[in-house]
Design a protein around this ligand. Sequence first.
Ligand code: NAD
Length: 268
Amino acid sequence: MVRIAVMGASGRMGQMLVRLVEESDLAVLAAVVERAGHGWVGQDLGRAMGGVERGVIVRDDLDAALSEADAVIDFTAPQVSVALAERAAASGVAHVIGTTGFSDEDLAAIAEAGKTGRIVRAGNMSLGVNLLMGLTRQVASALGADYDIEIVEAHHRHKVDAPSGTALMLGEAAASGREVALADVADRGRHGITGARAAGAIGFHAIRGGDYIGEHDVIFAGEGERVVLRHVASDRALFARGALRAALWLQGQGPGEYSMLDVLGLGG
Ligand code: NAD
């Protein structure tokens, strides 16, 4: 049984992960962590979740949690995940990062931790989205620059970063299909007198509202036709299942920063 620590246990993803790990035959919930000062710290997890006692106390002592775990699953916030990457690597604990919204500096720090630690980082843990990335790369390459690429995503009203990590991954896939760098062509959310669309741009647009779990369209708009690749997430458990699968997969790997494509065996 792989011993799992869940970071951010009270969060939308954290609560989903706790349930999933408890149901798993391959993993056991070793520790649950929340930020210092959070109302759940010191409480029984089951009680805090509004149910019966589970015998697992929510804590804020990360080092103690890591000392009892083989893997930590982390859907929190960028600065939390960057700090955790270093500590997990130092403790020899595999680290699954689902958090999104990282800066380039953050990503460099995580890559550094991946030199000694075992990390899976994915802005989207679902099989469908990872397949969609491959398709996006393929279609972008086949259709060429005559087809304008626009990526439209929709998420719930609580999401704090835009564009979504998944939208950026899809943008990277489209850019790689066209053999350009995303940073050179990305056009994020137009406003005002923008002028005509720049040739070769990859546009990003973010809808925020209600309880959308996550929807992504990659639109290839040509003269006389449009091709639209779409993914719709209808259950957040999808991401939790992917994250648990990644945590189990990492147990057999050497140091490195891996993607969900590696975990799913879909190639790098
Ligand atoms: P949320 O706000 O509901 O949960 C985040 C939790 O982290 C909160 O409970 C918060 O208290 C906790 N936290 C903050 N600082 C902490 C610390 N220092 N130690 C321990 N816990 C801490 O957010 P969410 O909707 O669960 O999403 C979290 C992240 O996961 C976001 O970046 C989101 O974009 C991302 N996400 C990724 C995927 C994916 O497939 N990769 C899917 C869904 C969400």
